[in-house]
Ligand binder design. Structure first.
Ligand code: ZN
Ligand code: ZN
Length: 373
């Protein structure tokens, strides 16, 4: 069957349109900061409501006041520090060896069949440390960035670049969450949750007294709102944080939780899992003193990742016809096996399209709004 080059054409058109609409670029860039400004505004107001209205004007006991202020400020600083790091940590560049030269890229774009394209990519990637493939068993490459995607990397249409170990694009931090800042993102959620729980618990008795009319004053409404807002944020953050704890312990990104990575042996949602403690260390590092501080301690380089034993020794062993060259497994022809799996998994190819914008079997415009591509 002839390979339909339409998706590639659409992709280029989008790129060209992006450049043509450059005058809107600053406006779009500014709009993306609105969620961050909203969060910071709420946090600054909560500081005033808690420190001034609650601690200074309402709490009478000096010991209690000092205790509240001490714990509050520790959580406040850790929260802001983690938030800052999540937002402003620079992306880690994908090494040059993954970038496809223009000559090779031209050949890929001019290839008339999918098989021809596969052969060119396989040849280029034969020395690269990549084990993941698309659902069809093809080398994963990003046409926009013109590179072979390292394992676990995905293209983000909001950031317009490929992100190492991409988890998702988060509008609340106006940044991609990936290898470079996943630890910070986890700590940001943890400290935000603790911050909200602490405010909720310590303001509860004053909330009840105000509610009953036993206390009065101009700060009454600040405290009422403070309690409600902290409670709502705590409830919302709780499920998200617990979900990401689960992902960390199972060594999955959010994208991989929806679409398991593809190895030579097929899909494996636990392909990168090395046991719960090792998985935790991969994100938080091996120095317990630094686990809870937002400084970068994640293990590895974000480009290659340890895989479970059954996937070891299999990278770059696919020849141009797609069969395995090493002695791994039973010599089953790789593409045939994947095709069979695809036909048996109704949601498989669909979710992969959602998760991976520029793979060969994916319409490139999918997921462009969410940024999780
Ligand atoms: Zn890309
Ligand atoms: Zn992004």
């Amino acid at each position: 069957m002839m390979y339909n080059p339409a998706p590639m054409y659409i992709c280029n058109t989008v790129n060209r349109m992006g450049k043509q609409n450059g005058s809107c670029w600053w406006f779009v860039k500014a709009v993306k900061w609105i969620p961050v400004i909203f969060i910071l505004t709420v946090v600054m107001w909560s500081y005033y409501a808690y420190v001034v209205q609650l601690c200074f004007y309402t709490v009478d006991n000096y010991v209690q006041k000092a205790f509240y202020l001490f714990i509050y400020h520790i959580l406040f600083l850790l929260f802001l520090w983690s938030y800052w790091q999540t937002i402003f940590t620079d992306l880690i560049e994908i090494p040059d060896k993954f970038k496809i030269p223009d000559v090779e890229m031209g050949k890929v774009q001019q290839a008339e069949t999918e098989e021809a394209q596969r052969q060119i990519l396989e040849r280029f990637a034969q020395d690269l440390p990549v084990t993941n493939r698309t659902m069809k068993g093809v080398i994963r490459f990003c046409e926009k960035c013109q590179l072979i995607k390292p394992d676990r990397a995905h293209h983000c249409s909001v950031c317009n670049t490929c992100i190492l170990k991409m988890d998702h694009h988060c509008p609340w931090v106006n940044n991609c969450v990936g290898f470079h800042n996943y630890k910070f993102f986890m700590l940001f959620m943890a400290y935000a949750l603790l911050y909200c729980i602490f405010i909720t618990v310590t303001s509860l008795q004053y909330f009840i007294r105000f509610w009953k009319g036993e206390l009065d004053g101009v700060g009454r409404f600040h405290l009422l709102f403070l309690f409600f807002v902290a409670l709502i944020f705590a409830i919302s953050l709780n499920s998200l944080f617990l979900y990401h704890c689960y992902l960390v312990l199972h060594n999955r990104s959010t994208l991989e939780a929806f679409t398991p990575p593809m190895f030579s042996t097929g899909k494996d949602k636990d392909g990168f899992s090395l046991g719960k403690y090792n998985n935790f260390q991969e994100v938080f590092g091996d120095n317990p003193k630094l686990w809870f501080l937002p400084v970068f301690t994640s293990l590895g380089n974000g480009v290659t990742f340890p895989v479970r034993a059954q996937h070891q020794g299999t990278p770059n062993t696919y020849d141009s016809m797609g069969s395995t060259r090493n002695s791994f497994g039973d010599g089953v022809n790789f593409p045939e096996r994947l095709c069979n799996e695809d036909t048996h998994t109704l949601l498989g190819p669909t979710t992969q399209q959602w998760g991976d914008e520029t793979e060969l079997d994916s319409p490139p415009l999918y997921g462009s709004q969410s940024g999780i591509v």
